[in-house]
Write a protein that binds this ligand. Structure first.
Ligand code: GLN
Length: 297
């Protein structure tokens, strides 16, 4: 019977070899699977290398490991992923939140005034108070929208997605995280929006991978919704549409912030320029890649 120490050593080596993961990632993934079936925290696991699982637990673990060895993303097996310090439920209907997308959240937060301006200072009066409206296009699991809404409880977030299945996951996340200042709407980009409603900030992590990009056949991407990843021959089809239509949905001075591919920053800045945006910029993610671009109306 293998104890935890043996399992960690042997199974992380097998995972690493099978999926071409680096050794430390594979080890963390095996730890996550063990934590799930044993229902324990990381500290307990590290403190009990001699522990042997009972048979039922071992069977559950073997099944999770088998799925992971077939390439199924860890986030789908566990049904959750941490993003911006919050735990999000994720399913195969949603993209798995990526760490580099936290940059988009940080840039959005920098553009939300705190405290929000009063009406006499230029803030808008809404039904029950003053409103700063944020729109998240293609919300998926709701990770970006809910990270912003959770950090800024005074704003009003509208999170849209064309997929009803993704929206159900986003709504569930809002409930589980007790985030009340977010509404959800099924909309293919701007189509279902009220034309009279203008936003102070629009954020989006749209699909931006070229349809023939071989990355779509690799790793986690094979299991993720293609509608959340692929966007035409050059990966820019949806970004082009989002940028062109954004001015009609922004307040004067309102910001548009978009995540994009590692080699798309210059072309996205050009699209923003053509659509009449000002203060156009690109920001680097932790890997040093220009990952988010934006400008204001
Ligand atoms: N960053 C993702 C990837 O290539 C793509 C996500 C997207 O298209 N928005 O792994």
């Amino acid at each position: 019977m293998r104890n935890i120490q043996n399992i960690l050593a042997q199974d992380s080596a097998q995972l690493s070899a099978t999926l071409a993961l680096d050794a430390s990632t594979a080890r963390i993934e095996v730890q996550c699977l063990l934590q799930r079936v044993l229902n324990v925290g990381r500290a307990w696991l590290l403190a009990h290398p001699e522990h042997c699982m009972d048979e039922a637990t071992q069977t559950r673990y073997d099944e999770l490991l088998r799925r992971r060895l077939l390439g199924e993303p860890l986030a789908y097996i566990l049904g959750e992923r941490e993003f911006f310090g919050l735990i999000f439920r994720v399913t195969p209907a949603t993209l798995i939140p990526r760490p580099e997308t936290e940059l988009l959240v940080e840039l959005a937060l920098q553009r939300i005034p705190a405290p929000l301006p009063l009406a006499e200072e230029g803030g808008r009066k809404a039904g029950r108070g003053y409103e700063f409206r944020v729109l998240d296009l293609g919300t998926g699991s709701g990770a970006i929208a809910l990270a912003i809404a959770h950090t800024c409880p005074a704003i009003q977030m509208l999170a849209c997605d064309a997929s009803a299945d993704a929206l159900a996951v986003a709504r569930e996340n809002a409930q589980r995280l007790s985030i009340g200042n977010s509404a959800f709407m099924q909309s293919d980009w701007y189509t279902a929006l009220d034309d009279a409603q203008r936003f102070d900030l629009i954020v989006s992590n749209p699909p931006y991978v070229a349809v023939h990009d071989p990355h779509l056949q690799q790793g986690d991407l094979r299991f993720e919704p293609e509608s959340a990843l692929a966007s035409g021959d050059d990966g820019l089809r949806d970004i082009r549409h989002i940028v062109a239509e954004a001015p009609a949905h922004l307040q004067p001075g309102g910001w548009l912030l978009l995540e994009h591919g590692y080699d798309q920053a210059a072309r996205v800045r050009e699209l923003l320029h053509s659509a009449g945006f000002d203060a156009i910029f690109s920001a680097h993610d932790m890997a040093g890649v220009e990952r988010v671009s934006g400008g204001h109306a």
